[in-house]
Design a protein around this ligand. Sequence first.
Ligand SMILES: O=C(O)CCC(=O)C(=O)O
Ligand SMILES: [Fe+2]
Length: 311
Amino acid sequence: LIALVRTTPVCRHSGLPIRARVRKSRAHQESRRKWLKVAFLVSSAVLGGLLSWRYLVNEDGVAEVLAHYSESLQDRFIEVPCSEDYDSHKRFEGCTPRKCGRGITDAVITREEAERIRRIAERGLSLGGSDGGASILDLHSGALSVGKHFVNLYRYFGDKIQEVFTEEDFQLYRDVRRRIQQTIAQAFGISSSSMYLTKPTFFSRINSTEAKTTHDEYWHPHIDKVTYGSFDYTSLLYLSDYTEDFGGGRFVFMDTGANKTVEPRAGRVSFFTSGSENLHRVEKVRWGTRYAITISFTCNPDHGIGDPVLT
Ligand SMILES: O=C(O)CCC(=O)C(=O)O
Ligand SMILES: [Fe+2]
């Protein structure tokens, strides 16, 4: 027995047999590894959570909010240098932009007026509607989304259209158009009479239904002057509230460095020069229904259109 004890290696410091000490330090390492694993999993989960939260809150990363949905803005104007886009078109002095930029105001159209206008849009769009998420109604041309196509509302419904819209509706529409035109003229230092309404000027209704045709793909970055040709000044009148009526669907000016967002709010008018100084897009609508009108102006009288009339 004495011989056996003598041959078992013993640690000089702890007096424990070496084999027992090796076992103890292995167990120690194992538990350290386990804790590292737990710490790694927890921090990955936290990081993943933060990233997806950031994505949900803001797809673009860095963005500045130009107009928050909860504030009622008197007037906000941000000047930006004009692009060269206007040089390749015939210039109309006193109208063609020399000063460019963007403005937002909640003080031109009341929320009550916005609601009345939204009802016009609802009534008209209830006669049709796209199979995809984006429907339009153009009271000037009569274009209305139906399924995967468009119909001419006035041709399709004939005299029956008088049962859908009233002269009062059209009066309100004209009045709103006139006030927005004056607001734009004032902000850019031009005469309101040198601007003409142009096409397309239309109501839009957007929900989260998947796109069925390219007409439903409203979210692509674009320049209005390129997309629509005749536009010099674009305005948007929002008819529903971001976070209350729909989620997603914010308007984004795509500036290098930091994007600028406009959060829709019923009665909010957002306007801007239509060249590439104002590249923009609309975020995908995630839930609910978003109503707006795009009202556009040109400086070229040849591209002007009249106010819609109830025929
Ligand atoms: O509805 C919006 O906020 C923007 C629509 C738009 O960009 C357009 O009609 O060209
Ligand atoms: Fe646009």
